[in-house]
Design a protein around this ligand. Structure first.
Ligand SMILES: Cc1cc2nc3c(=O)[nH]c(=O)nc-3n(C[C@H](O)[C@H](O)[C@H](O)COP(=O)(O)O)c2cc1C
Length: 376
């Protein structure tokens, strides 16, 4: 019988909240020793069986092995910089610098800073939609990045560049067709990004619907799940039951001490209710997921939010309805009323800013408490 992830998750969430069991009793449950909860607490029959603890597997991409199969999702325009990517890499995950929408020289400096600070794995995320995509890719390779993650469009050339420079290319896809193509062209790993993700979306299908479709067609390289994963129970479920080789997580890391966005940006996350997280139209021509801000309300009312002059010339295709670079930068710097705050659909579930190390500790603890490798 596969573990009941929902029940395990509720049990863990309930334990500290009630605060009515001794520390040892709590640990007994968490470590899956045989235990019966007292009847008066409303769980008369719930017994948690002791099972052999199963460690999460490592994630190998090309010649790199991450001890923890967790990629921190790239978040552009200075949301995920080396300040976040380094502690993630130090914890055994893959730390990703968001490479789109910043000058090549700035990106290179940040990659060098990260590579000097850690022996862990540092990736860069570059959106194909960027006008200077090629320069950002080559600049990142020159600066010594370990791997390149690319999404928001598809480029065959990138795989040739990867081969020439012996650098793994990881494709973000939102359909089985693109996954098939990416594997055929030589992707070193594939990330399936579902509708629950933050930022630009390539599908309206939720993770548990789209992942099995892609799992069927990807056979040679690691397949990673992204979108809406908020804790270790989700992580174990998607790896165990659905057969993912790892997960990519972004929103949880916005609410980390190390993420360099303004406190105002983090406060928008902390205040967000489920209904505040909505789809918006991006000038890229894709749907994006963001938290409602006064700027979005102005857009919804049909006010003129267009810029008179294009300052950044950042996108290959832009409909100029508003300047996405300017709006993302505004929120990053603290002007959330005039800014766009991208977030995943489940960001409202996270109510605490934690150090990256603690986020990892909780993810690994909770995932390993239920992980059984059922799906493999
Ligand atoms: C603030 C923010 C910015 C993002 N920027 C990018 C980006 O530049 N490129 C990209 O491929 N994905 C981007 N994403 C998507 C994430 O990398 C990730 O795949 C996704 O958000 C995972 O879902 P989660 O946030 O629910 O964990 C962004 C997400 C957020 C929340």
């Amino acid at each position: 019988m596969p573990p009941d992830y929902g029940k395990m998750k509720k049990l863990h969430q309930w334990l500290p909240a009630e605060g009515c069991l001794t520390k040892n009793a709590q640990r007994s449950i968490i470590e899956r020793r045989f235990f019966t909860l007292p009847a008066q607490l409303g769980y008369p029959q719930l017994r948690v069986r002791k099972k052999e603890s199963m460690k999460l597997p490592e994630l190998t991409i090309g010649s790199f092995t991450a001890k923890i199969p967790l990629i921190q999702g790239g978040m552009s325009i200075r949301v995920s910089t080396s300040a976040l990517a380094v502690p993630v890499a130090e914890c055994g995950g893959i730390g990703t610098i968001g490479g789109s929408g910043i000058p090549v020289a700035e990106l290179q400096e940040d990659i060098r800073r990260a590579k000097e600070a850690t022996k862990g794995i540092i990736a860069v995320n570059i959106m194909y939609a960027m006008k200077n995509f090629y320069n950002l890719v080559i600049g990142s390779i020159e600066a010594g990045v370990d791997m390149i993650i690319t999404g928001a469009g598809f480029s065959r050339d990138i795989f040739r560049i990867g081969k020439e420079h012996k650098i793994p290319i990881i494709s973000i896809v939102s359909s089985a067709d693109f996954a098939t193509l990416a594997e055929k062209f030589g992707a070193a790993a594939i990330i399936v990004e579902a509708a629950e993700a933050g930022g630009h979306l390539g599908t309206d299908k939720p993770l548990r619907e789209i992942f099995p479709e892609v799992r069927k067609v990807v056979t040679k390289v690691p397949l990673i799940a992204a979108g809406g994963i908020t804790d270790g129970f989700d992580m174990a479920e998607i790896m165990d039951k659905y057969g993912a080789d790892g997960v990519q997580i972004a929103s949880r890391f916005v609410l980390s001490e190390e993420c360099s966005v303004s406190q105002e940006f983090k406060d928008v996350y902390l205040r967000a209710q489920k209904e505040d997280i909505i789809n918006v139209q991006s000038p890229v021509g894709m749907t994006g997921r963001a938290i409602r801000t006064p700027f979005i309300e102005r857009m919804e009312r049909g006010e003129d939010i267009a810029v008179k002059e294009c300052k950044y010339k950042c996108l290959k295709k832009c409909n100029y309805k508003y300047c996405i670079s300017e709006r993302l930068m505004a929120s990053c710097q603290g002007d959330v009323d005039n800014g766009l705050v991208f977030s995943g659909a489940n960001a409202y579930k996270m109510k605490e800013i934690l150090p990256v190390q603690e986020i990892f500790r909780q993810f690994v603890r909770d995932a390993e408490s239920v992980y059984k490798e059922e799906g493999k």
